[in-house]
Write a protein that binds this ligand. Structure first.
Ligand code: PMP
Length: 355
């Protein structure tokens, strides 16, 4: 059967998920949380399962109110989705038509790119700077009369770097007729958000996720935040039961009991990441300062180092061009990262001996 040309031209995305559960790996390859969700989340999920209510279609209940209070907006300004991947699809499908141009700096998040391509839109991809900072001038220079969307992933995956609030505001202001979409999947780690700009600019939409700080990647819960009129439009595109009942229960419990994931975020950002950075500096290993729960690290032998870590039961993520000389490593707890650094030191000795 013949599919639309835009679909036929797409590449299949194969995230390297196979075999991740074969052994008790320390999973530092998908920028997930390394720890389980808050105990209250697990308890709420177990309690829900015990009622047998999975027989029912999911209902959102008070979730939107709670989510809106967390974000600091009105309930009509948030839309829960099946992971923020689904928010990406809704936002792009609402805004792009075949032939439109979308600007997103490279390297950027693959799902956004593939969604644009599936629509038949064209991705314009200015390169992140050599120090992996956001290429503000190049993004601005890429705007044409065909630009229908500017995407800013902040912090970006895989660079870990953010666009500053001033840069985001300047892009909103100077392109007031062009929608600007800010992906804030790592917001809880960076602490920086464009949400306050929603009051000032009607061309802004944001997405976030419970997959990272809240440790719910497997449950699939994300959301879009925007002006109420735009959120009502993308809600029309969302399938009615996009968000499953367990995701609703888990998200609500995460919002009701934030202390454990907040403590995890603090440990990752204030203790574990500085410890890893100190090690890298001491060993003269280049890396890029990151606002997220992962680091992009340069290596002369990305395949070799990833294989070595794997042989010691730690998974990291080798990158593709234009950062093919780097691997990405999630930052977990101090104890986990001590283990990671011990194996790293072993690898360096081993690689040094081989050189
Ligand atoms: N945006 C960015 C920048 C990401 O890194 C990810 C996860 N890898 C997502 C969105 C999607 O996350 P999810 O669908 O799990 O919410």
């Amino acid at each position: 059967m013949k599919v639309r040309p835009a679909v036929a031209a797409m590449e299949q995305y194969h995230p390297p998920l196979e075999g991740r559960t074969e052994r008790d790996y320390l999973l530092l390859d998908f920028s997930e949380s390394t720890q389980p969700p808050s105990p209250a989340v697990t308890a709420a999920l177990q309690a829900y399962l015990a009622t047998g209510k999975v027989r029912m279609y999911p209902a959102e209940g008070p979730l939107r109110e709670k989510l809106a209070a967390y974000v600091g907006v009105q309930p009509g300004q948030v839309l829960p989705t099946n992971g923020s991947d689904s928010a990406i699809q809704l936002i792009l499908h609402a805004l792009l038509e075949p032939g439109d141009e979308m600007i997103m700096a490279k390297p950027g998040f693959f799902v956004i790119l593939s969604t644009a391509l599936s629509i038949g839109a064209k991705a314009i991809s200015p390169l992140y700077k050599a120090d992996m900072s956001f290429p503000f001038d190049d993004v601005q220079a890429a705007v044409t009369s065909k630009t229908r969307l500017i995407v800013i992933v902040s912090p970006n995956n895989p660079t870990g770097t953010s666009a500053s609030q001033e840069q985001i505001e300047a892009i909103l202001k100077q392109n007031s007729k062009i929608p600007v979409y800010v992906d804030e999947a790592y917001y809880e780690f960076s602490g920086q958000t464009a949400v306050p700009l929603l009051a000032k600019y009607d061309n802004l939409v944001i997405s976030r996720t419970f997959s990272k700080a809240m440790a719910m990647a497997g449950l699939r819960f994300g959301y879009a935040v925007g002006r109420a009129d735009f959120i009502a439009q993308i809600e029309k595109l969302r399938i009615p039961y996009d968000v499953n009942a367990l995701a609703v229960v888990g998200a609500e419990a995460s919002l009701d009991h934030p202390a454990p994931w907040q403590a995890y975020v603090r440990e990752v950002m204030q203790d574990a990441k500085p410890m890893v950075e100190r090690f890298l500096r001491e060993h003269g290993i280049p890396f890029f300062p990151s606002d997220a729960n992962f680091l992009l690290v340069r290596s002369q032998d990305v395949g070799g180092i990833a294989a070595y870590f794997k042989s010691r039961d730690i998974l990291v993520r080798p990158q593709r061009p234009p950062v093919g000389d780097c691997f990405r490593v999630s930052i977990g707890t101090v104890a986990e990262m001590r283990g990671f650094l011990q194996i790293y030191a072993e690898y360096l000795q081993h690689a040094g001996a081989a050189a």
